[in-house]
Design a binder for this molecule. Structure first.
Ligand SMILES: [Zn+2]
Length: 1113
């Protein structure tokens, strides 16, 4: 067994109130020599060992005014052993913080960051030696005069960089600094590495921003800023989606208006109000985005309401394959105000049957089809009666003797129709199964005369009961059952989805004589002007009864679907719609999907599935606030007029005057010269385009039009819901108008054919609260980005934009992400520690000049090792940026900068930095390493934490000259740190040694390692000596424990490692006396006549002439 014996002295900064409290009750010892339980953890962290709580209790009871000594007994512990329990460390540490009696596993020092995994929010606080600082501070606070005797020889950190972020004030200051110096524009313009275009998906301009917006824009900004550092010419044009119904409604002006005021509101007035609202929302959202620290071309954003944008959109519309866009009937909801409706059962006279159907021959003279409907107002639009081919139908004779003509007097609402009273031998076709039900319902006896299948009824013809046109019997779908009604279904393709589909199959006319307000149009003839659900409905029933086409009417509580917006019942009405066919280029779209890089990769499956299954795209909307579909209709024939010439003419008008022109200009002005004489024969179409067509055209309106941008873009980045939305609409418009499998009106982009508008697509999830619930006002769990940044009303808990950005970097955005007060406090904590580390680096470089750089070969091993670690970290961070895996960067930074660097290298460095003498080679070599760390860390965190990085940069105590020779006045002028292969080439065996020295890696059998450690105890290079690395006064390696007296070592503990390896650590008093200057214990103290209170090292430092700089402190 090998054994270390170390003498150690510890001074703590006691910011743990409990311990301070405890110490205040013990006046008989010097609190500066006290060790806390946390320090024991920290020591264990340093040595990377398992420790039992028992050792803690021993040390915690250890009271005295003498320095703690540390003895380490170590048995075989290999690096592999350590790595095998790495995964448990974070968990254990968390447990430890709650209960000191828990078994403790230490934090582990990971030497190779590419292997590190797992997020560790709980970092150990730094409680290591800070002797000289405290000594100096003690002096400045007027304590014992002697303590300050050598104060002026100590180099304390010095910087104006604040410990507190003060983000409410400082971040806007930094943003102004960037603006005034046009940093983004200048750097992007000067970079030479080619262009990088992330195309912004336009948020909807109708309200305040929420956390989803923040996540989206910050992710984009991290990427853009990273690319900027990578020497790319970054072009980012933010956009807004400004048209559509929600904005039309959102202005509140529309809903709150009464009927008269609404009539006053002409389309142009409404459009002006909507535009005003959208523009003011854009302004507000822009201010918020800028406050997040988002860089972009804010002076020239793209708005879908801009005339040039609208013109480009018209162009995309024009280029859609000729046959692709067509008018067809589709179904649409309109809101109507009534609920209760009569329910009639009707019969319609059959006039002919196909020759194959002879079974009806005997009855055809007076045979009716009995149908049932809840929507009598749709009868004028009837085009067929549908039957189920598999059902059995019966021809029944109504037994006229059984008709109770007084039935109506019993129930005023329920009455029999004239037809039952008039026809002596009325025959009706009904479903066989329903005969008994109908007998009961109608109160008449029905005699079954014959039966036939639904299939036999197909192509029989009947006369429409109102309009006397002939209509067919058709085979409907499985929706026709014998559960209710008569088994025969009135079919009006203009008023129902199923009917519409049936109508398509049989080529039935799509009739829909109802307008937007639910009023019969002139097409409805005698019913024109009547409200379909009011008097119109009643008029239809009366008309039917008069025509002997009604069997019975009874009241019925109708279950209409409600319109979510107006909260009113809705009816179906078919309107002429414009459809963009997807069929012609679906394969091209699918091909292009496979060419795109999707992040995460499974996104490809989602968009593939959605694209392969999507039906034709209905691109018309019966709204006012949008881009018009540039079509004219012939007044008489209703034929649309739309061709390359007409569209081109309208496009040029819109590009100058905006789409309002469509509403205020006359037809003859909107038509090209050639058609002007015929202008009186045409009217303008009133439909606008689906807003997805607006935003889906952004590649044409922005990417293909603006200088510096490229089509396709390098990247699109939006929420996962955009697979169905913007990703897809952009893809379809791009493929449809540039693909070479279909014909066009025009082909503008000859160099591109059928490409997706993006090379890469990143999707992110939704933002949920800390417990994984959707945020909602009613749950009170909404986290507002503005409140996070600026705090509540009194600016309490203002975290600043950087903490919000740090959170964005910390989450795996490919799934749903969580945020809440707890998460934000963790982020704030990490931010604070990171800031502290950077401040330490800045402070210790206050007297640094680039000339002082110590050549690599002259650096102590510990410094070379530190540079190797830094270089590895930077390399891994770059890889993670390139793969858009920011959470890995967060983990690396958190572990390396916040935990490891502070706990080891910087901690060990303090001795050299503060008391090593300000011109000593070891201080200079340490500063060489610190400068490398500062310059690398500040640049690699800059994309995520730009304000912090710039704050550091503005406080750099030395100018930074970039590789190309220019001075970087701003952090983003500095470019990404150049990979230093030499630093990475630190020999592997040395990496292992230095990595494992932190883990007290030692094999009992490995004589070579033991002897190397023995050598290090007396290293000529003061920086590499073992006692400095362990922050002990002395390190002694003993061959065994046999000669160790328990009395000499009051604090001992044995730790069981994995594989039953034992580690023994003891802490005892160091030999010699305390050096007044550096507080290390040394046998040399009291041996110098001129400076009796100093150790050998300090004696040599103070014996040298003192530079003015140090003296000034
Ligand atoms: Zn000393």
């Amino acid at each position: 067994m090998s054994l270390f014996k170390g003498g150690k002295k510890l001074q703590m900064k006691l910011d743990d109130n409990d311990i301070v409290e405890k110490l205040n009750h013990k006046s008989d010892f010097d609190s500066r020599y006290w060790i806390t339980a946390e320090d024991i953890f920290l020591l264990c962290n340093l040595f990377d060992l398992c420790i039992f709580a028992s050792i803690m209790s021993i040390v915690c009871q250890f009271v005295g005014s003498w320095p703690l000594r540390l003895l380490l007994g170590i048995q075989a512990l290999s690096l592999r052993d350590c790595s095998s329990f790495r995964n448990t460390t974070a968990v254990s540490l968390l447990r430890l913080r709650r209960s000191s009696s828990a078994k403790v596993l230490s934090l582990l020092h990971v030497t190779c960051y590419s292997t590190c995994s797992g997020i560790e929010y709980c970092s150990s606080s730094k409680r290591r030696s800070r002797g000289p600082v405290m000594a100096a501070k003690g002096k400045s606070e007027g304590e014992k005069q002697e303590d300050g005797k050598y104060k002026h020889t100590i180099d304390l950190p010095r910087t104006a960089f604040g410990l507190r972020a003060n983000s409410v004030v400082r971040e806007p200051e930094i943003q102004r600094l960037w603006d005034e110096n046009q940093v983004f524009k200048r750097v992007a313009g000067r970079n030479t590495g080619g262009s990088f275009v992330l195309h912004d998906g336009p948020p909807y301009a109708n309200g305040d921003l929420h956390m989803g917006h923040a996540l989206n824009k910050i992710l984009k900004d991290i990427i853009n800023r990273y690319k900027l550092l990578q020497n790319f010419q970054v072009h980012y044009v933010p956009g807004w989606d400004c048209h559509g119904l929600p904005i039309e409604l959102k202005g509140k002006f529309l809903q709150s208006m009464d009927q008269d005021a609404r009539k006053e509101l002409t389309p142009l007035k409404l459009r002006a109000k909507a535009a005003k609202f959208a523009k003011s929302t854009v302004k507000n959202q822009m201010t918020a985005f800028k406050r997040y620290g988002i860089w972009g071309d804010w002076d020239h954003p793209y708005l879908t309401l801009d005339p040039e944008y609208e013109a480009a959109q018209i162009e995309v519309f024009a280029k859609w394959p000729c046959k692709g866009i067509s008018t067809e009937a589709g179904n649409q909801f309109i809101g109507v105000p009534h609920l209760e409706l009569p329910l009639p059962r009707l019969n319609w006279r059959l006039v002919s049957a196909p020759t194959s159907c002879t079974v009806l021959d005997d009855f055809i003279a007076n045979l009716g089809l009995a149908i049932w409907t809840t929507t009598p107002w749709t009868i004028p639009a009837n085009a067929a009666v549908a039957v189920n081919s598999k059902l059995q139908y019966a021809v029944v004779e109504v037994d006229s003797n059984s008709v109770d003509i007084n039935a109506s007097s019993v129930d005023k609402e329920k009455r029999l129709g004239n037809v039952l009273k008039e026809h002596a031998k009325l025959h009706l076709v009904v479903a066989l199964d329903l005969v008994p039900t109908l007998e009961a319902k109608w109160g008449v006896k029905l005699i079954v005369k014959t039966t036939l299948t639904g299939a036999e009824l197909e192509n029989c013809r009947y006369v429409h009961p109102i309009e006397s046109r002939e209509c067919p019997v058709v085979i409907g779908g499985d929706y026709i059952t014998t559960e209710s009604g008569t088994g025969l279904v009135h079919t009006a393709p203009g008023h129902g989805q199923e009917d519409y589909v049936t109508g398509l199959k049989y080529g039935l006319p799509v009739l829909s004589p109802v307008d937007d307000e639910g009023i019969f149009t002139e097409e409805a003839g005698q019913f024109s002007g009547l409200d379909v659900l009011g008097n119109g409905n009643i008029a239809v029933i009366e008309c039917l009864d008069k025509n002997s086409s009604m069997i019975m009417v009874e009241p019925y509580k109708h279950k209409y679907p409600y319109d979510w917006r107006t909260k009113k019942p809705t009816i179906f009405r078919a309107t002429e719609q414009w459809f963009a066919s997807v069929e012609g280029f679906r394969n091209a779209a699918m091909d292009s999907i496979s060419q795109v890089t999707w992040t995460p990769p499974q996104a490809q499956n989602r968009i593939s599935a959605m694209t392969s299954s999507r039906s034709d795209w209905c691109i018309s909307r019966q709204r006012t606030w949008g881009v018009p579909i540039p079509v004219f209709y012939h007044v008489e024939s209703k034929e649309p007029l739309m061709n390359e010439e007409t569209i081109d003419h309208i496009k040029s008008i819109i590009s100058q005057k905006g789409s309002d022109a469509w509403w205020y200009m006359k037809v003859e002005e909107l038509l090209p010269e050639k058609y002007r004489n015929e202008a009186s024969n045409y009217v303008k179409g009133t439909d606008t385009m689906d807003v997805w067509f607006d935003s889906g055209s952004s590649w044409a309106a922005v990417l293909a039009k603006r200088n510096g941008l490229t089509y396709p873009a390098d990247l699109y980045l939006e929420g996962t819901d955009q697979h169905r939305g913007w990703f897809q609409s952009s893809l379809l418009t791009s493929i449809a108008t540039n693909g070479d499998e279909v014909g066009y009106f025009v082909t503008l982009y000859t160099n591109v054919s059928g490409k997706a508008p993006y090379y890469g697509v990143i999707t992110h999830g939704f933002v949920l609260d800390e417990r994984g619930f959707k945020m909602s006002k009613s749950l009170g769990n909404v986290v507002d980005p503005r409140t996070v940044i600026e705090g509540g009303k009194d600016q309490k808990d203002s975290f600043g934009a950087d903490v919000l950005r740090l959170w964005v970097s910390s989450v795996d955005y490919t799934g749903d992400v969580l945020i809440g007060p707890k998460v934000l406090r963790q982020m704030s904590d990490i931010y604070r520690k990171l800031r502290g580390t950077l401040r330490f680096l800045l402070g210790n470089l206050h007297d640094w000049k680039a000339d002082y750089d110590v050549p690599y070969t002259e650096l102590p091993m510990i410094d070379q090792y530190a540079l190797f670690q830094l270089e590895s970290v930077v390399k891994n961070i770059k890889e993670s940026y390139d793969n858009y895996q920011f959470f890995k960067i967060f983990q690396i930074i958190q572990r390396f900068v916040v935990v490891d660097l502070s706990n080891f290298y910087l901690d060990v460095a303090k001795d050299r930095l503060y008391v090593g003498g300000n011109t000593s080679p070891t201080r200079r070599s340490c500063q060489t390493v610190l400068a490398a760390h500062l310059l690398s860390i500040v640049r690699v965190i800059a994309p995520i934490l730009p304000h912090l990085a710039e704050d550091v940069w503005q406080n750099l105590p030395f100018p930074f000259t970039a590789e190309d020779g220019h001075t970087a006045n701003f952090v983003f002028e500095s470019r990404w740190p150049v990979l230093n292969e030499r630093h990475l080439a630190f020999p592997e065996e040395e990496v292992n040694f230095w990595g494992t020295i932190l883990e007290v890696y030692l094999r009992a059998s490995d004589v070579g390692l033991v002897s190397r450690l023995v050598d290090m105890c007396a290293s000529e290079n003061d920086a590499d000596t073992l006692h400095r690395i362990f922050l002990t006064s002395q390190v002694e390696i003993l061959p065994s424990l046999e000669n160790v007296s328990e009395d000499d070592i009051p604090c001992t503990g044995e730790y069981l490692m994995e594989n039953n390896n034992k580690v023994w650590i003891g802490v005892s008093r160091a030999n010699g006396l305390k050096c007044e200057r550096c507080w290390n214990f040394s046998l040399q103290v009291s041996t110098y006549d001129d400076h009796p209170s100093l150790c050998g090292r300090c004696h040599s430092v103070v014996s040298q002439p003192i530079p003015a700089l140090a003296a000034a402190s």
